[in-house]
Write a protein that binds this ligand. Structure first.
Ligand code: ARG
Length: 383
């Protein structure tokens, strides 16, 4: 079937197809805040919680009024997308307060299903359940199973894949790590040296570490993807070029989408305090791509009970190469994208941020028009 045929049949027919972060979006999954928990302590959890966070030492269900407010904004976001002709599906929440166990460990609760971006990676006609890297998120794929089963039935060309479930025993984490990161400076030193909390015992990656650009996929090496995980992705996608990037300057390197965001062919938004390294920029430079520094966030602090940083400001969702959704209070980011030639769609989302991120995190692509293009014909040896 040609791309034009596919387009014509859409959205009547389910087709899984998305090769990059910018082609016209027609079908997407938007998360839900129901029952979301502040998860209990587990090996890698404290590394993720910011040093000055109001979440330190807390765990349990999030206050119901915050869940309700987040859901209002998530539903509104879904409506904005629907009004633009995009089909929106939602995951099925479970009782996230229940304790979970595998033969190797027990955890007192799960997490939630707000950020679908973290759990399922769509690459071409494939939807891939990530290994995940926290115990509390080990079973989160189950919230997406009703949708994945449906897509699998409806689209005969869909590839449904799951990466090997990790054991996540103590061997998957460095046990003295926390004692080595007492201050932000300690953290910055270790993360710059690519000394992260996970070991290389087994492949680990969260789906939100991927930034897709056709034949080239960038994966952040950090707290939630190790080199074995990136190697697994490389072998799993033999026709693609998978590049590992790390970003010194980020004391909590978790998920690439507040750091390095492809906006359209030839243009990347990069966090100015987590600049891409010269050896990594090369690929973009020699192919005439521009890496622009993101505008400063509008807020001095993230909202209460939020794991993420103020850089959720740049966590934008591109609807097509000329249209982008930006959180409605992020005036500087909106202005910058407007100047870069985008129609900016403001989406109020601050109440949903504590549940795992902003507009990019809160979605997973199912269908974008277009195919797998080679945007980087010149490659850099060893990257
Ligand atoms: N580590 C990012 C920051 O706070 C947050 C990324 C959230 N992304 C996601 N897909 N859940 O800067």
């Amino acid at each position: 079937m040609t791309q034009a045929d596919q387009k014509e049949q859409f959205p009547g027919k389910t087709i899984v197809n998305s090769w990059n972060e910018w082609d016209p979006l027609k079908h997407v999954i938007v998360g839900i805040a129901d029952g979301c928990m502040i998860p209990p302590s587990e090996p890698a959890m404290e590394c993720k919680v910011p040093i000055d966070s109001d979440m330190k030492g807390q765990w349990g269900p999030r206050p119901q009024e915050t869940v309700d407010k987040a859901n209002i904004q998530l539903d509104n976001f879904a409506d904005i997308l629907r009004k633009r002709g995009i089909r929106v599906d939602r995951p099925t929440p479970m009782d996230f307060s229940q304790p979970i166990k595998t033969p190797d460990w027990e955890n007192l609760s799960m997490f939630g299903c707000m950020p679908p971006r973290d759990v399922v990676a769509t690459v071409g006609n494939e939807m891939l359940e990530a290994t995940m890297s926290y115990r509390c998120r080990w079973f989160e794929y189950l919230c997406y199973r009703p949708l994945l089963e449906q897509y699998f039935k409806e689209d005969p060309n869909m590839r449904w894949e799951a990466a090997p479930k990790p054991r996540l025993t103590g061997r998957s984490y460095k046990d003295n790590y926390l004692s080595r990161i007492m201050t932000i400076e300690d953290r910055l030193k270790l993360t710059a040296a690519k000394d992260f909390v996970t070991t290389e015992v087994e492949p680990l990656f969260d789906a939100a570490e991927l930034a897709r650009m056709g034949k080239d996929v960038v994966v952040q090496h950090g707290f939630t993807a190790n080199l074995a995980g990136i190697d697994w992705l490389r072998r799993h996608f033999p026709d693609l070029r998978v590049h590992a990037m790390n970003f010194p300057g980020d004391p909590y390197p978790i998920h690439i989408d507040c750091t390095f965001i492809p906006l359209r062919p030839g243009l990347i938004l990069n966090n100015p305090i987590r600049k891409a390294l010269p050896e990594h920029r090369k690929l973009f430079e020699i192919n005439d791509w521009q890496i622009v520094e993101a505008a400063p966030p509008a807020h001095k602090n993230p909202p209460p009970l939020c794991y993420s940083s103020v850089w959720l400001s740049m966590n934008v969702l591109v609807l097509d190469p000329k249209t982008v959704c930006v959180e409605a209070s992020e005036i500087h980011q909106m202005e910058q994208l407007d100047k870069l030639g985008f129609e900016v769609v403001p989406v109020p989302f601050r109440d949903a941020n504590p549940f795992g991120g902003s507009l990019h995190c809160a979605t997973t692509d199912v269908y974008r028009e277009g195919g797998c293009e080679d945007y980087f014909p010149r490659q850099v040896e060893g990257f």
